[in-house]
Design a protein around this ligand. Structure first.
Ligand code: NAI
Length: 257
């Protein structure tokens, strides 16, 4: 039975991914702030180190799968929290758990990014240099000093850098024999989306974000793609970002992909 670690497993897309992977025969170790096998806080370097250590202990240093779903929305204050969880809470786990994945059977990892990863392209992303350099304090200072745009900058900037981080790792992870991909969901019915809808600063933009399919995704519709990417049917899919957004990216940027 493959042993798979899932962050953000207590809610939304992470909970649905957990359900889908359990149904596919995985033994899941969940990580979250509550209601998980490993209780840990991915917003701090110490919390991330504790999660990595607990995960390695629980899986005996050998992991078959990793699914990184933990994340915060643009409405969270201070915006630096969003950068820390969305970017460092994923990238540090990727790097910290690669050796354990290399010891796994048909190992694979999936990172949940967002369609927002394309909203602030790398060459215009004010967080790009700090995030790529691993300078968490600098990235935090940039978003916390950005005024009312800080939340959007934290979310789109961290998701853009996260997708880039996945793509940058494709050569080394391929050589290591571990497949690594990202999924970019559009608006999905979860507590994170609801928190944005409940915030007057973000509600209108989210309401207007209507995809060609005319409705938002259910978490299970993202989780089924995660389960595909984690399974043997995706054995040649590596370094890809799969957009699962009801067509909103194609409608907004038909010539860019
Ligand atoms: P959610 O709020 O339902 O689930 C996120 C989970 O992450 C929660 O269980 C939460 O406790 C956990 N988490 C947050 N901060 C944490 C921390 N410091 N340490 C450990 N765990 C922490 O949200 P949802 O929507 O399921 O989000 C999952 C991922 O999908 C996120 O990365 C989000 O950015 C991404 N996403 C969501 C979209 C949506 O419309 N819901 C759209 C595009 C991407």
């Amino acid at each position: 039975m493959p042993c798979t670690l899932i962050t953000g497993s207590a809610s939304g897309i992470g909970a649905a991914a957990r359900e889908a992977l359990v149904a596919a025969g995985h033994d899941v170790i969940g990580v979250d702030l509550r209601n998980a096998e490993i209780i840990g806080d991915l917003s701090t370097a110490a919390g991330r180190a504790q999660v990595i250590a607990a995960a390695l202990q629980r899986c005996g240093g050998r992991l078959d799968g990793l699914v990184l779903c933990a994340g915060l929305g643009a409405q969270v204050q201070p915006p630096s929290l969003t950068v820390s969880v969305n970017y460092f809470g994923a990238v540090e786990l990727l790097d910290g758990l690669l050796p354990a994945l290399q010891r796994g059977a048909q190992p694979a990892a999936v990172v949940i990014s967002s369609v927002a990863s394309a909203h602030l392209p790398w060459d215009r992303n004010p967080l790009a240099a700090a995030l790529e350099a691993g300078d968490e304090a600098k990235a935090q200072a940039v978003v916390n000093g950005a005024g009312p745009q800080g939340g959007n900058l934290a979310y789109a900037g961290s998701k853009n850098a996260l997708t880039v981080a996945v793509r940058r790792r494709a050569p080394a992870w391929g050589r290591a024999g571990v497949r690594l991909n990202s999924v970019a969901p559009g608006a999905t019915e979860t507590p994170l989306l609801q928190a944005g809808l409940d915030d007057p600063r973000y509600a209108e933009a989210i309401q207007k974000f209507i995809p060609p399919l005319g409705r938002r995704a259910e978490p299970a519709e993202i989780a089924s793609v995660v389960a595909f990417l984690m399974g043997p049917a995706a054995s040649y899919v590596h370094g890809a970002q799969i957009v699962v957004d009801g067509g909103i990216d194609a409608a907004g940027r038909p010539t860019q992909f």
